[in-house]
Ligand binder design. Structure first.
Ligand SMILES: O=C(O)C(=O)C[C@@H](O)[C@H](O)CO
Length: 336
């Protein structure tokens, strides 16, 4: 038996599927497959198929298997036996196999997260390590716990705050190597609903050039507005900005974004002076960084460290895989 030289990293979220062939120990990505087959769409497909519950895992593994084959072709090497590590919503009610949440606190080195090993079978020739989420009495997360592990925070006495922007943004408090509290904000989901499904939809146009001065200014205007007045009132101004030609539709995109991120960050603990770790997709992280600055948070905390979603996902999954191998849950594979 020797240490594996690769693993398959699967980040299976609500709306997207990402599979990567990753080299160990350097975490270089060798091949990538992405699709819109997130857990919500896959679950809807599964329900439409009307097959018995006993076939659900196989249904999801077929999708995974199809992408493993695509990676095998891309990488031009056999991948049989290479372990797949899955984090995200695949362990939820809409995923391949529902696993119970691990109650907080959890260790930031990934050593005590709840996982399930699905051994390789003739139909699916990879062992699968499925990582479950974590919960408090009134909150949950699936996927971000693995990304938090990937931040490699270390066990310091200084309080740390993990900020993860997204559909369901997460704020997690950490001390002495333990994640102790969690709060979810539906910032991204509210943004999608307001900008896509409400009366504001015709006043907003998706844009991706935050650094354009007119866009940055509109974003900052939104963040500033969140410091006074009511969210329900301020959101309506997206419509009047458009009616009265005060902001263009792309500017309104950033104004609404600034508004919602500003309201989320108004919950940032006033007495927190520790280290902030901001991890997520580049465009969002950029906006949060700007908002933290504008709200004076950057100046009063010890540090703000920015990490990308990809690096923390890969590092987190590799750490959980390592623990599973150390504890004998997953036997080290033959050299692959
Ligand atoms: O476990 C669940 O069912 C969730 O809804 C968790 C969700 O908020 C993810 O953490 C991010 O989308």
């Amino acid at each position: 038996m020797s240490k594996p030289t690769h693993f398959l990293s699967c980040d299976w979220g609500t709306s997207s599927f990402r599979l990567k062939l990753v080299e160990l120990p350097g975490l270089r990505v060798v091949a990538t497959a992405t699709s819109e087959e997130g857990n919500a769409a896959t679950f809807a497909q599964w329900q439409q198929a009307g097959r018995p519950e006993t076939q659900r895992l196989g249904f999801y593994l077929d999708i995974l298997g199809k992408h493993c084959q695509a990676l095998e072709q891309q990488a031009a090497r056999p991948l049989a036996g290479v372990p797949v590590v899955i984090s995200g919503m695949a362990s939820s009610t809409v995923g391949m196999l529902e696993l119970p949440y691990k109650p907080l606190p959890f260790a930031t080195d990934g050593s005590d997260l709840a996982t399930r090993l699905l051994p390789a079978t003739p139909d699916f020739n990879h062992p699968v390590l499925l990582i479950s989420g974590v919960k408090t009495d009134d909150d949950v997360m699936r996927g971000e716990e693995t990304q938090l592990v990937g931040c490699e925070l270390g066990a310091t006495e200084q309080e740390q705050l993990f900020l993860h922007p997204g559909t369901h943004a997460k704020h997690v408090s950490i001390r002495n190597g333990q994640a102790t509290a969690l709060k979810t904000y539906m910032t991204g989901e509210f943004f999608a609903l307001l900008s896509g499904k409400s009366i504001l939809a015709s006043a907003v146009k998706k844009a991706d050039d935050f650094r354009m001065p007119a866009h940055t200014e509109a974003f900052e205007k939104g963040v500033r507005a969140s410091r006074h007045d009511n969210l329900l009132h301020n959101s309506f101004l997206v419509r009047t900005n458009h009616l009265f030609d005060k902001l263009s539709r792309p500017q309104n995109f950033y104004y609404l974004s600034g508004l919602l991120i500003g309201y989320e960050l108004s919950d940032f603990p006033a007495d927190f002076t520790g280290a902030v770790v901001l991890a997520g997709e580049t465009a969002l992280v950029q906006s949060y960084e700007a908002a933290l600055d504008l709200l004076g948070i950057t100046d009063r905390v010890a540090s703000v460290t920015v990490l990308s979603a990809e690096e923390v996902t890969l590092r987190g999954q590799a750490a959980v895989l390592h623990h599973a191998q150390q504890t004998g849950k997953l036997a080290p594979a033959k050299a692959n």
